[in-house]
Design a protein around this ligand. Structure first.
Ligand code: SF4
Ligand code: SF4
Length: 623
């Protein structure tokens, strides 16, 4: 990815919400933009990195990204950072102080909530952070609004000298629409003004600023009462009036086109008096908000009677079906409650890893181990919890495998005394939040073996670079972390750190067995790139010689999606035991020749698809 790509001229563009935000950030004259990749927000920075005349970076985590943005704002530059909802938890330490310092150059924080949990460990409503941190929250409903509100957020930020949260949801991020775009503004940073009482947040300096924060909040609240971002849509059917924000507005308009609607764009702080006036014009008020009853609670606290989560779902998107049901409940109509079963329109297929993924061998090996407790982490490694490996006992949050494993080690009783404790984490996750956990393990003399799966990419979000890949957001070469040295610096003895090839199963198994026997911290680093990154080079594919295949299924347990079971059978052993057999075929168009499945195949039924070559390690080329 490189900067200075041709920029589409101001025009009607067909953009996703993420692309629209990126366009607006660029047009706003932003000088610095930082993010950590996380679905559904990832594309904002990927797209922004293609625009010229601004600095963009992947940061190692969301807190650092926000700090980078604040630094730029301090010198008077317009700054932006993006993250998914769970990322704002990570960044919140910085957020809760910068709400006290305020900002100089406009600072906008895009937070993408995964409403409906398409790829996250939890569902969480980032609008709470606006209330918690006393910050304005803007909520677009489509791509055009994502564009317009991003521009408005910079103006609001500079007017009130405050960070502004742009709350997106998965639907906004990924759905495309027409956007009327403009041109880039020339915005010159105002420069840094030394002012320790403002920027050095020791208690003596922070205390006098707290009243300023509340004054600012009151001023933004007054702004919200009159903001054109908050408006009413009149309707002829006044039995129910809706209060809504974000994409839920679209669902309300679709489901009840004749109903009056109060649409919130600047939703925090809410324009309570305008909403009170609106409530007086309808028979009853229904608050439609994804996901928490936040505004509903605030309206009730202000003495405005309303309905909300008493008739609407607490989780997921509020699509027209859910709204129709909710309104029927509100009207006291008898409704058939929906069955809580997700209709299967396609053949159910569990999420799985990619063909030849270097993690396959790790999880196959772990699945063969007995008496082990395995703490997993966020990312592709999470898939190791699924079939056929079933090789994870926990997965909590980014970087949590280390602390969880240490807790398992320190907290176990006699019943688990003989078990080994293993933590599994990826390279990017390790740098994001895992390093501190490893330091805690070494410092507190934990007995944990850490598997650090270095695939040189943030695999789950699409193969983005990180400090372990040696390339930056633009694909340019930069410093590459030496994980072995890093682990040593964190307190792991040099002889307890091994770097090995995850495609070599016997080597991996032996290393795991040896390291888990030794009662001190150890790290096994597996060093093979993600198969989806652009410099992975496949070798000759394999096929199954069907007359040699005994149907043992050992290769199926590796979990490679290129291996297909073509026939099942049963065999009765001499002992009388019945055994399931799975006869297989390899999809040679998908097979990359990694050689993993060859290793557990006892009858040597898996051979090269072309004239046999000696099994050689996979090749990869570094730029
Ligand atoms: S060699 Fe086996 S494990 Fe590797 S890609 Fe081919 S089928 Fe998959
Ligand atoms: S491991 Fe070998 S023998 Fe067993 S099912 Fe696979 S190809 Fe057939």
């Amino acid at each position: 990815m490189s900067a200075s790509q041709p920029v589409p001229a101001a025009a009607r563009l067909f953009l996703s919400g993420n692309e629209a935000v990126a366009r607006a950030v660029w047009e706003a004259g932003t000088r610095v933009a930082a993010a950590y990749p996380g679905t559904p927000s990832t594309e904002i920075l990927e797209v922004l990195a293609k625009y010229p005349d601004l600095y963009t970076e992947w940061s190692v985590n969301e807190k650092v990204a926000l700090e980078v943005a604040l630094g730029a704002s301090m010198v008077g530059a317009r700054a932006f950072c993006a993250m998914k909802h769970v990322g704002l938890n990570v960044a919140s330490d910085a957020l809760m102080t910068m709400t006290v310092t305020g900002t100089e150059g406009g600072l906008v924080i895009a937070v993408a909530d995964d409403v409906g949990m398409s790829s996250s460990q939890n569902e969480q409503d980032s609008r709470y952070w606006g209330r918690f941190a006393h910050l304005p929250v803007l909520e677009p409903a489509d791509s055009q609004e994502a564009y317009a509100m991003t521009r408005a957020a910079f103006a609001l930020s500079e007017r009130f000298r405050t960070p502004v949260i742009l709350r997106l949801t998965t639907r906004i991020c990924h759905v495309k629409g027409v956007v009327v775009a403009g041109e880039r503004e020339a915005v010159e940073p105002g420069g840094f003004t030394k002012d320790p009482r403002r920027w050095v947040m020791v208690p003596g300096n922070a205390k006098p600023r707290l009243p300023l924060m509340f004054e600012r909040e009151a001023a933004v609240r007054a702004e919200a009462e009159n903001s054109p971002l908050n408006f009413r849509v009149d309707g002829s059917d006044r039995r129910i009036g809706f209060v809504t924000s974000g994409p839920a507005f679209m669902h309300v308009r679709e489901a009840f086109p004749d109903a009056p609607v109060f649409k919130l764009g600047l939703s925090c702080p809410p324009p309570i008096e305008s909403l009170r006036e609106f409530a007086a014009t309808v028979d009853s008020l229904l608050v439609v908000e994804e996901t928490e009853p936040l505004l509903e609670t605030e309206l009730k606290a202000a003495g405005i009677a309303c309905h909300g989560k008493d008739v609407l779902p607490r989780t997921g998107e509020l699509a027209p079906d859910a709204l129709h049901l909710g309104v029927a409940r509100l009207r006291g109509e008898v409704v058939a409650e929906p069955e809580h079963v997700v209709p299967q329109q396609v053949f159910p297929r569990p999420p799985t890893m990619c063909v030849a993924c270097p993690h396959l061998g790790v999880y196959y090996t772990l699945s063969q181990m007995r008496n082990v407790m395995i703490a997993g982490d966020i990312g592709c490694y999470t898939l190791g919890a699924g079939h056929p490996w079933n090789a994870l006992d926990s997965c909590i949050s980014m970087g949590a495998s280390m602390g969880t494993a240490l807790g398992m080690d320190k907290g176990r009783g006699k019943v688990d005394a003989n078990k080994k404790v293993v933590a599994v984490i990826g390279d990017s996750t390790f740098m994001h939040m895992g390093m501190q956990g490893l330091l805690d393990i070494t410092w507190n003399r934990g007995n944990v073996t850490v598997l650090l799966l270095d695939n040189r990419a943030v695999g789950m979000t699409g193969g983005q670079d990180n400090p372990g890949s040696g390339r930056d957001l633009h694909g340019e070469e930069t410093t590459r972390v030496d994980f072995a040295k890093l682990c040593e610096a964190l307190g792991v003895k040099k002889e307890r750190i091994r770097v090995l090839d995850p495609y070599q199963l016997p080597v991996l198994f032996k290393a795991l067995r040896e390291e888990t026997k030794i009662e001190e911290p150890s790290v096994i680093i597996t060093d093979r790139p993600c198969v989806l990154i652009d410099h992975y080079v496949p070798t000759k594919p394999y096929l199954v010689k069907e007359d040699r295949c005994t149907g043992c299924g050992n290769c199926v347990d590796v979990g490679c999606p290129a291996i297909h079971v073509i026939r099942r059978d049963k065999e009765v052993k001499a002992s009388g035991k019945e055994v399931d057999l799975s006869f297989v075929r390899i999809d040679t168009s998908a097979c990359t020749g990694c050689g993993l499945c060859v290793q557990p195949c006892a009858p040597e039924a898996i051979i090269h698809a072309e004239p046999v070559q000696p099994l050689q390690p996979m090749q990869f080329v570094r730029k």
